[in-house]
Design a protein around this ligand. Structure first.
Ligand code: ADP
Ligand code: MG
Length: 855
């Protein structure tokens, strides 16, 4: 037919080779001179040739060599931004903003062309040519445009940080690049790393069939002398202050960079240093001075108001985000109110006051020997001189203007001193640093094993991070790094590299999150460092039982894994383990969210309730715990009693909240056997969870009583069902004692339960308020084993009584329907369009008979 005889189009040129054109950029001489000092400029030609000839390239280069600011410019000048955009991802919001501004400035282009986009904020326009964004933003874009058709290049920056999102992006892009190639619309992928530890990317045949070329950017690096401490002090902030004092008083010119772990520590140290070395500007600079003074007080306010941890890790700046949400008129229907917080109520005895710290330090300072800076030959020269110190804070939440001050000239006669979180480790390079003071710690996100709630704890960094930090001192000349820990601690307690985040994240969360992104075969996903396969498969099964994934009914049609259910989508938005996400999702519908939030928070904190006088592994009379009776009265009758141990937690936390508002928290905790520190921890988590839910869950309407009054009896019954819905795989049934003839054996099994998936019976923990009652069917929060002599014994704790007829409704996948009854006859429900009938069914592998139930 004529239509088929059309002449074939010209064969396309080999798709990965880019036809270079030159797009001029008009930079100022000042910028041009600064650029020429960057090591990557010397390698421009080689870098660009490699990129032009290869679809995927890995660039590794020392921090500060110019990767982030220069590579996008090279690409722009070579014409990559002519028809499509150049996309650059950063794991940190702060870097995305700062770098887009810097590159716009260097290129003399408006922010409408070199722009950024982070969650809830950005300045991208249709004219944008270079787009900086967080890795999460690009992942979201892939969900709607799998081929990333708006981009000609994707640069994954800071890949050495191994954030979960960057790792997933590497895997996805390893497939997208060949697809784009096939369509004759090649996409370049550039993976940038500040370390040479890139074998997970280069030598990973599952990821890239042909290993991509590795470009190393050599940077001038002057030698850095490392000084360890003899001891490793607990209070590293005080120690950092002391060390800085010494450096400033005794050592020659050169900026000081101090690493601590979070915003609060940064502000605390900045205030102390500014007080010790006040900056007295010449009279014409008065405006600047008052600005700084004002800022100091502002920061004090911030500190008090702050409840969350370092917000980089928190991934959002609450104030800014909420402002933006309001602005964008986005509908966030789920607004949960918490009682007003008065942090003073929660101030713990023993919290150091500033004055105390001063004294302590001065004392310590006198004791220290003089040669500790390891620089006797130089130390004499500037001793005692009190040159002004220009102290600047640096952390992700700081406004961009304030952040930018680290790049501006230091007032004359001053020494620069920047106090930073690990933002300055590789994301931002501060000029003129000669001395680094490294506390050796960082904030790490840890997940609670049970609830999946994440919290930040201070841990030692890795050896790799310590080396990155010390490297910051050798940019301009030979430098010094003072590590506030001993070499023994460095050798014994520091890992070589920190583990990729993807391996720290609970697999169930990861599985559900990736499935919600539209990634079907998570088990076969080309991860740079894959999580355990067996665990991933088990996670898939657990998610199916939970109802987050479709139970596959007819698998013949396709061999695709089951789809994510509507419930699964909702669950994935809650920042907790999926089983608790499901409980939160259901509570949402019953206006019980504050209780479930409280419960999840309380379960995430170890030992809220003190258990004095109870030996955990032995059958001791319940009275042995002097608080036991009181707790039993909190869960005395009706559904309160049946809700069991969770009810005690709810009561305890709610009552403590009330006592706190009256200023009576310490006595309350003492008389009722609560750990006060744990109570404040629970409060913090409640606030965190509530904020996160308000942000992330937008499609279920809710109005909630702001006070945490005890639930009503009906609510307590709902809560029992909700607990079952989340804990359906943790059902236990009492061992029937009636059948046991032997008296001794009967006594042994008095509190014994069969768990659905365990051979050996488990015993109700002695601290459980439901132990006396020992209801036949229960769900438990946790099963654990204890050594008892040379045998072990299983225990279950966190007990709630359930009704067996709920099982068909809440955990249908673990029930087996054996027979559908004719009598009573099935009925058709017009409202739902469903047919209901009575069935005989059993539960679990052991086939426990269920009472006749309707499905
Ligand atoms: P890399 O990505 O290799 O770590 P960058 O491209 O981030 O390096 O930094 C290159 C240089 O640009 C550094 O010396 C840094 O100090 C400088 N720089 C970055 N941002 C600014 C800014 N806003 N003002 C002045 N200099 C900056
Ligand atoms: Mg960089």
């Amino acid at each position: 037919k004529p239509a088929k005889q059309k002449p074939k189009p010209e064969p396309a040129p080999p798709a990965c080779i880019h036809q270079t054109v030159y797009v001029p950029v008009h930079r100022t001489t000042e910028v041009q001179e600064a650029r020429l000092r960057l090591p990557i400029l010397a390698e421009e030609q080689q870098v660009m040739e490699t990129i032009n000839e290869n679809p995927i390239v890995i660039v590794a280069g020392e921090t500060g060599s110019g990767k982030t600011t220069q590579l996008p410019q090279f690409l722009y000048e070579a014409g990559y931004a002519q028809h499509k955009m150049i996309g650059v991802t950063e794991p940190r919001r702060v870097a995305a903003i700062a770098m887009s501004k810097r590159v716009a400035h260097e290129m003399n282009l408006p922010e409408s062309e070199v722009s950024y986009l982070i969650r809830f904020e950005g300045n991208v326009t249709p004219a944008t040519r270079i787009k900086f964004m967080t890795d999460g933003v690009l992942l979201k874009e892939i969900e709607t445009d799998f081929l990333l058709s708006k981009y000609s290049v994707i640069i994954l920056d800071e890949a050495h940080e191994r954030s979960v999102y960057t790792d997933i992006l590497v895997g996805l892009l390893s497939r997208i690049v060949p697809l784009r190639h096939k369509r004759g619309q090649p996409l370049k992928l550039i993976i940038m790393s500040a370390t040479l530890r890139v074998t997970d990317f280069t030598e990973n045949s599952r990821l890239f069939k042909i290993p991509p070329p590795l470009l190393k950017v050599e940077a001038r690096q002057f030698p850095v002398t490392i000084h360890f401490q003899k001891r490793t002090p607990e209070d590293y902030v005080a120690e950092a202050y002391r060390k800085t004092l010494k450096i400033h008083n005794q050592l020659p010119e050169g900026g000081i960079l101090i690493f601590v772990t979070g915003q609060q520590e940064v502000n605390q140290l900045v205030r102390k240093l500014r007080r010790t070395f006040p900056y007295h500007p010449p009279t014409k600079d008065v405006a600047k001075k008052s600005e700084i003074e004002q800022e100091a007080t502002e920061e004090t306010k911030d500190d008090v108001a702050e409840t969350a941890e370092d917000p980089k890790e928190q991934e959002f700046d609450m104030k800014r985000v909420i402002r933006n949400i309001r602005k964008s008129k986005k509908k966030f229907l789920a607004q949960i109110a918490l009682p007003k917080i008065n942090l003073d109520d929660y101030k713990l005895p023993g919290d150091d006051t500033e004055a105390d710290m001063h004294e302590q330090q001065d004392e310590e300072e006198e004791q220290e020997d003089d040669d500790e800076l390891g620089l006797e030959e130089e130390s004499g020269m500037a001793s005692g001189q009190r040159q002004p110190l220009w102290v600047l804070p640096l952390y992700s939440l700081l406004s961009s203007e304030k952040q930018n001050r680290i790049f501006q000239p230091v007032p004359e006669g001053c020494r620069l001193c920047v106090v930073s979180t690990n933002v300055a480790e590789t994301s931002l390079t501060i000029p003129h640093i000669k001395y680094v003071v490294d506390c050796g710690r960082q904030k790490t996100r840890l997940y609670d094993k049970l609830t999946g709630v994440s919290a930040f704890v201070v841990t030692y960094t890795s050896k790799a991070s310590a080396d990155q930090r010390s490297g910051r001192a050798g940019r301009i000349s030979a430098g010094h790094c003072y590590r506030l820990y001993s070499s023994a601690v460095y050798n014994d307690c520091f890992e070589d590299f920190s583990q990729p985040d993807i391996q720290k994240k609970p697999v169930e969360d990861l599985m559900l999150q990736m499935r919600c992104m539209g990634i079907d075969r998570v088990v076969h996903f080309p991860f740079p460092s894959p999580p355990d396969q067996v665990q991933l498969q088990a996670a898939e099964r657990r998610l199916t039982v939970l109802g987050a994934l479709e139970a596959s009914t007819n698998s013949e049609k396709t061999d695709l894994p089951p789809a994510v259910t509507r419930l699964g989508q909702v669950i994935s938005r809650f920042p907790v383990a999926p089983r608790f996400g499901k409980m939160l999702a259901l509570s949402h519908q019953q206006n019980l969210l504050p209780y479930t939030v409280c419960l999840v928070a309380a379960l995430s904190v170890q030992e809220v309730l003190i258990e004095t006088g109870v030996q955990r592994d032995e059958d001791v009379a319940p009275g042995a715990n002097r608080f036991h009776r009181k707790r039993q009265s909190w869960a005395a009758s009706g559904n309160y009693q049946l809700l069991g141990d969770p009810m005690v937690l709810l009561r305890a936390v709610g009552a403590a909240e009330y006592a706190g508002s009256q200023g009576r928290l310490p006595e309350f905790c003492a008389t009722n056997g609560l750990r006060q520190k744990a109570v404040s921890e629970v409060r913090k988590l409640r606030v965190q969870l509530t904020n996160e839910i308000n942000l992330n869950v937008s499609d279920v309407e809710l109005g909630v009583d702001p006070e945490l009054k005890p639930p009503t009896d009906a609510q307590a019954r709902f809560l029992r069902q909700i607990l079952l819905a989340g804990m359906g795989d943790r059902v236990a049934r009492k061992v029937p004692l009636a059948d046991i003839a032997d008296k001794e054996e009967r006594r042994r099994l008095k509190y014994a339960y069969h768990c659905a998936d365990m051979e050996e019976p488990a015993f109700l923990h002695v601290s459980s308020v439901l132990r006396q009652k020992s209801p036949e069917w229960v769900v438990y929060q946790e099963a654990y084993e204890l050594q008892n002599g040379d045998s072990t014994k299983m225990f279950i704790r966190g007990i709630t009584a359930i009704e067996p007829e709920w099982l068909l409704l809440y955990v249908p996948l673990l029930c087996n329907i054996r027979e559908v009854r004719e009598d009573p006859a099935p009925r058709f429900d017009e409202a739902s369009g469903k047919i209901y009938c009575h069935v005989d069914a059993t539960f679990g592998k052991s086939g426990w008979e269920l009472p006749l139930g309707e499905v």
